[in-house]
Design a protein around this ligand. Structure first.
Ligand SMILES: [Zn+2]
Length: 183
């Protein structure tokens, strides 16, 4: 069964034994360190954004307690080139092996990152860590010409609306034409 919410503290060993999975949506507000990394002017908008969390706990054949899954959120940022707000999708593939000591942490399987575990997993800190590592320090539009001329949303919306208005008449004209030729 997939649990719909992630607790703040999680008993990893128990979760791995029970092979628990989580599929949750939480507001970014719950991850304050991620919010702090976002430009102040868009931070209030960011706080309301939904973070999608999918986590599965298991024990692998070698006995490692594992956490795998994906964390993703569409964060509002400020483009450092044109200084306009933009959305940036931040996704982190989670592949963690829990260790009980520094020494054990050095031996985790290659495909995972080690996480040293106390009695409980602080899920908020873990999710913050995942997103902070995946999030660029500074964001900018994929289109590198954004600092130059960019058509605003108003400019592109008008021709489209005009086309949409024309269409029904064009179709009507064709229908009338057909009817006339039949009679
Ligand atoms: Zn830009």
């Amino acid at each position: 069964m997939i649990k719909p919410s992630v607790p703040d503290q999680l008993d990893v060993r128990r979760a791995c034994r029970a092979e628990e999975s989580y599929g949750a949506v939480m507001v970014l507000q719950r991850l304050p360190r991620v919010l702090e990394a976002i430009e102040e002017s868009v931070r209030a908008v960011a706080a309301e954004r939904e973070v999608r969390v999918e986590l599965a706990f298991s024990r692998d054949a070698s006995g490692w307690h594992r956490m795998t899954g994906e964390v993703s959120v569409r964060v509002p940022r400020v483009c450092q080139r044109c200084l306009k707000p933009m959305d940036d999708v931040v996704t982190s593939q989670v592949s963690v092996a829990f260790a009980s000591s520094e020494e054990e942490a050095r031996q985790v399987p290659r495909d995972c990152e080690p996480m040293i575990l106390g009695a409980q997993l602080d899920t908020v800190a873990a999710l913050e860590e995942e997103l902070l590592l995946a999030m660029p320090l500074h964001a900018s539009h994929a289109d590198t010409s954004c600092a130059g001329e960019i058509p605003g949303p108003e400019a592109s919306a008008e021709p489209e609306a005009a086309v949409a208005k024309e269409n029904p008449f064009a179709v009507l004209g064709k229908l009338l034409g057909k009817n006339e030729s039949k009679s």
